[in-house]
Design a protein around this ligand. Structure first.
Ligand SMILES: [Cu+2]
Length: 291
């Protein structure tokens, strides 16, 4: 009984926090997406970078939707399994019940630790009455930010986020510093990232070039991951600016994968590129300074 009360209280608290931090919006996945916490994306949704045309990009008031994140068990403990519920509702508190498929999923959920050293991209399942659910776990205690990315039916692509606290031993925070060299080796792949510009508000092309780390041969048989050559998520170092970026040529297979984005202001950003090769998804992180 007491526990149930606590849960309800947590829910109310979460909702309160959420309305305080506002809504995030982005364009649809026409290859040119920018999302951030407090600004609407002014980039043209039909710039034609994508290969599958426009989506409905009808504007909605930025504060029209809310996501309430709650853990079924009340508290979350590091390394334990936690059931996370995400309730989507409108400003009147009515549940939002219909969503559009976006990159093969109704909802994409990005989870990062406060120092951005931990990154997870998962897909909650739709339950009913505006509720999504997923079982997940967190590697350490501390603060994490969760970003729920979805498109309500007939509406604009929306990202709503929330900080969550995980109980358990915390690990030392890692510094978020720009990489001296934008070349990384992950899961046997050597990935080089090139940015066409590092100036805020420029339209920037991010080019990932993917080689076999051992043979140095170009990998030109990348597989579709969630219906595209890859996915890129970008966060500012304070996790306040969230940029979801999609490919310029969705059906590309490597060795190059190109994405468009625009950084809303100067600062340090972390970029995660995700690709699939031979059935395995690999995630390559980079940190860049934007002037
Ligand atoms: Cu996703």
């Amino acid at each position: 009984m007491k526990r149930k009360m606590m849960l309800i209280l947590t829910g109310i608290l979460v909702l309160g926090l959420l309305s305080a931090c506002g809504t995030t919006k982005e364009n649809d996945h026409s290859g040119h997406n920018v999302t951030n916490q407090n600004h609407e994306n002014s980039a043209s949704p039909s710039a034609g970078h994508g290969e599958h045309g426009d989506h409905d990009t009808k504007e909605q008031p930025a504060d029209s939707l809310k996501a309430s994140f709650s853990f079924v068990s009340g508290t979350v403990i590091a390394n334990g399994k936690s059931d996370l519920d995400i309730q989507i509702s409108d400003s009147d508190g009515n549940t939002v019940n219909e969503f559009e498929l976006n990159h093969e999923k109704l909802m994409h959920l990005i989870v990062v630790s406060k120092d951005l050293s931990y990154f997870n991209h998962i897909h909650p399942e739709y339950d009913s009455n505006g509720k999504f659910a997923i079982e997940t776990s967190f590697p350490n205690g501390g603060e994490y930010k969760v970003f729920s990315d979805f498109i309500p039916k007939g509406g604009a692509s929306t990202t709503l986020s929330e900080w969550v606290k995980v109980e358990g031993e915390e690990k030392a925070q890692e510094l978020i510093e720009a990489d001296a060299k934008l070349v990384k080796v992950v899961d046997g792949k050597e990935v080089e990232l090139t940015l066409s510009s590092t100036k805020a508000n420029d339209e920037i092309t991010l080019t990932f070039n993917i080689l076999d780390a051992q043979t140095k041969k170009e990998i030109s048989d990348l597989e579709q991951y969630l219906g595209a050559v890859g996915h890129v998520v970008i966060l500012s170092d304070d996790a306040e600016q969230y940029l979801h970026v999609h490919p310029m040529h969705e059906k590309a297979t490597g060795p190059k994968a190109e994405f468009m984005t625009s950084f809303p202001k100067s600062g340090t950003y972390k970029i995660w590129g995700q690709f699939q090769h031979q059935g395995e998804v690999f995630t390559v992180p980079f940190v860049v300074d934007i002037k």
